[in-house]
Structures are given as structure tokens and as C-alpha cells.
Design a protein around this ligand. Structure first.
Ligand SMILES: C[S@@+](CC[C@H](N)C(=O)[O-])C[C@H]1O[C@@H](n2cnc3c(N)ncnc32)[C@H](O)[C@@H]1O
Length: 383
């Protein structure tokens, strides 16, 4: 199953000409359009490597993530006279300059607000332009740990897709590691290459436009980790084996949605001498949480307490409580539902005040399967 977003569609040229002719016959002549106003010249802006260098305050040229809600984010580059627009109004770039990352900014109409967020790989994954299906944080974190990624690691990835995985990996292996990423779609290759450059990741990521299943990686004795997110990863495994450093332990991971792909990949891994072949699936169980005000508990109806006559001498020696009053004088107060404090009415003297508590509930169903993660190890050549 190919889970890529299709970039081409099959068209019958003859049918297209027919349709165009028909449209011309059916459609009344359009009224002459007034001349479009001249477009303002595009503002030139030097992009800052926001993804690489963190600073406390937003500057012109920074990439900003506009956070509306956890499921609604967008991104833009801050320019001198640009605006970010959404359903709640206009947000002027010029007013963002000098604000701290994470600031809340109202729209010019005051109808809504956004948070100006630093583009961490975690947030970028949620806001990036989708050109393909992508990896999300639970899988990225799991893969990074199993591939033993850390600063200085040199690794291979294919396909690059929308660059979600690549952005996280670049941060993990920086500043001395390197990611070699391969993508066979010319369009996706160009877009990802431009993004890596604009985001200041050019020295950490090398991207090539290449069909790795047909032509391999053309690398030898170079990396310690390989990550495959391809429709037929088993075809790339012999070439991946060559790319591993001979005297080091090599770790490979393949991400596939179908178990048939996993079976073919495992067979190829075994044939190529990989060991410790295991398959995992990461499922996310979201917890909902909210703050509740618990109502006072009903008072237990106990047998009446025998009345004890308190001698005045004992009463006067009662130690003062925290309020500086003798405990026999203290009035117990409770808040009723309107929040007004009132004296306890149950006669017991005990008060069960309403309490603010945070409660959580695990989702009864987990989000559907994304992909299976097949891991394998290539042992060093000790001959
Ligand atoms: C699902 S996407 C990868 C998404 C990526 N992991 C991410 O997180 O953004 C798979 C990519 O592999 C590319 N691809 C498929 N077969 C390939 C091949 N033989 N060589 C190189 N790239 C290939 C596709 O064009 C597609 O962009």
C-alpha cells in the first residue's frame, strides 16, 4: 500500500480538449475584468536560522509558529510590514518584533489571539506543510531511542517526505552529526531542500534526489543508523547494509503500515545477516483532564454524641487554635454553591467544604494504528 500523497493524476488529453470546448460553448462570455491593481513588490527578508539558534526575543526573519489551539497551528516568517491573518483578525508582524517567544498576542480587532511560539521540531511536526504522511512525536521519540541517536551520529533516512522526521533528527545529532536524506520525488526533494536551507539546517542535512530502491544509497562504511519510510523498504536493505560502518554496531529501523511489508522486510533483513529483529507499534492513549469543584459530601448520620458538660475552668484553659481562638469558640464556615461562606447547618460542627480538584480520564479507545516499526541490528565485522 502506498501511503504517499499522489502528486500526479492521469488525464486523457482528448477528453480534456473536449471538456474545454464544451465549457467554451456552455459558458456565456465573461464581462471584461477591471485591470488588477499592481501587486506590491515582495518584501525581501533575510531568513534567520530560527530552528538552530534560540534567542529570547522574536526578530525580523524568524520563523514563528502561530498557536491557535493544539490542533490548529500555522507558521510564517516575520517581515517588516507583513501580517498574519486568520478567522480572528489581523496580527501585524512589526508588533511581534521584540516580543518574547511564547507571548500571547491579540488581533488588531481584539476578537481573538494567538501565541507566538518558537518552532521546535515538536511544534513544526504539528504545523508543517504536508506533502506526504508524516511521522509524529511518539514514533520519532521511540525510533530515536532505539537507533541510539545522539550528538555526533551520522545516519541515513529515506524518503524525506515532508521532513517531519528530518527536523527532529537534525536537532538530536547536532552539532557534529549528519543526516543523509534521500527522496525520489523531484518536487518533494526541492521543497525539503529549500526548507532545510531556510531553517538553517543546511550543514547538518544533505538531501539527494534519488530512487534508493533502484539505485541504492551509494554510500559505504559511513553511518551507524538507517531509517526507512518507504513503500518497499526491503529493496533498499542490501544497499543500507553497505552504508553501515564496518567496525561499529549498526541500527536500522523500517516504518511500514502493513504487516505484509513487515514480513518482506524481516525476510530481507535476515538474508542480509541482521540480528535482533523486532517489531513494535506505538499507540498513544490520550488522557483528558479537567478541573472540577467537588460538592460537599453528605454528612454521615451517626448516633447523637453524648453531651459532655464542660466545666468553665477547663474551658478557659483550652489552648488557642491557629486563629488565636479557643477551639470551643470557633465557628466552622463552609462555602455554599454560590461561593458564599456560611455556618455549618448540620449541627455536627464538621464542615465538608467544596474543593477544586483535577480529575483525569483515560480514553476508552486508542487512536488507530499508524505503522509498524521494525528494528534490526548489524553486528560489527571483527575479522
Ligand atoms: C511517507 S513519506 C516519508 C515521510 C517522512 N518520514 C516524514 O516524516 O515527513 C515517504 C516518502 O518516500 C518517498 N519514496 C518512495 N519510494 C522511494 C524511493 N524508492 N526512493 C526514494 N524515496 C522514495 C516518497 O516520495 C515519499 O516522499
Amino acid at each position: 500500500m502506498d501511503k504517499d500523497v499522489p502528486t500526479t493524476r492521469e488525464v486523457d488529453p482528448a477528453a480534456e480538449v473536449d471538456a474545454a470546448v464544451k465549457m467554451e460553448l456552455d459558458t456565456p462570455p465573461a464581462p471584461a475584468k477591471p485591470a488588477a491593481p499592481p501587486k506590491p513588490a515582495a518584501e525581501s527578508v533575510t531568513l534567520l536560522p530560527t530552528f538552530r539558534n534560540w534567542s529570547r526575543y522574536i526578530q525580523k526573519g524568524d520563523t514563528v509558529l502561530a498557536f491557535m489551539s493544539p490542533s490548529n497551528m500555522d507558521h510564517f516568517v516575520v517581515t517588516e510590514s507583513g501580517n498574519f491573518n486568520n478567522a480572528y483578525g489581523k496580527f501585524e508582524h512589526a508588533k511581534m518584533v521584540g516580543k518574547e517567544w511564547g507571548s500571547k498576542m491579540p488581533s488588531t480587532t481584539g476578537k481573538g489571539f494567538i501565541y507566538l511560539m518558537y518552532p521546535s521540531p515538536e511544534l513544526w511536526t504539528l504545523a508543517l506543510p504536508h506533502r506526504t504522511q508524516i511521522l509524529y512525536m511518539p514514533d520519532i521519540a521511540f525510533v530515536s531511542s532505539f537507533l541510539e541517536l545522539k550528538p555526533g551520529v551520522k545516519m541515513i533516512e529515506s524518503g524525506t517526505g515532508s521532513g517531519s522526521f528530518s527536523h527532529s533528527i537534525a536537532r538530536t545529532i547536532a552539532p557534529t552529526g549528519h543526516l543523509y536524506t534521500f527522496e525520489y520525488s523531484q518536487d518533494r526533494y526541492q521543497k525539503a531542500a529549500a526548507e532545510f536551507k531556510d531553517h538553517g539546517l543546511g550543514d547538518l542535512i544533505t538531501i539527494q534526489c534519488r530512487d534508493v530502491c533502484k539505485n541504492g544509497f551509494d554510500m559505504e562504511n559511513a553511518v551507524t543508523a538507517v531509517f526507512l519510510d518507504l513503500p518497499s523498504p526491503w529493496e533498499a536493505i542490501p544497499s543500507a547494509k553497505k552504508a553501515f560502518k564496518k567496525k561499529r554496531v549498526g541500527r536500522l529501523c523500517s516504518f511500514s503500515p502493513c504487516v505484509e511489508q513487515v514480513i518482506k522486510t524481516c525476510t530481507a533483513l535476515k538474508e542480509q545477516g541482521f540480528v535482533d529483529i523486532r517489531m513494535y507499534e506505538t499507540l498513544l492513549k490520550p488522557y483528558e483532564f479537567r478541573s472540577l469543584t467537588m460538592k460537599p459530601l453528605p454528612q454521615p448520620r451517626l448516633a447523637p454524641t453524648p453531651t459532655i458538660k464542660v466545666e468553665p475552668s477547663i474551658s478557659s484553659t483550652t489552648a488557642p487554635d491557629q486563629n488565636g481562638e479557643g477551639s470551643n469558640k470557633r465557628k466552622r464556615l463552609s462555602k455554599d454553591e454560590s461561593g458564599v461562606e456560611s455556618e455549618s447547618k448540620d449541627g455536627s460542627g464538621e464542615v465538608y467544604a467544596p474543593k477544586d480538584v483535577v480529575v483525569t480520564k483515560g480514553a476508552s479507545e486508542m487512536r488507530a494504528h499508524t505503522s509498524y516499526l521494525t528494528f534490526a541490528t548489524l553486528l560489527p565485522d571483527i575479522s
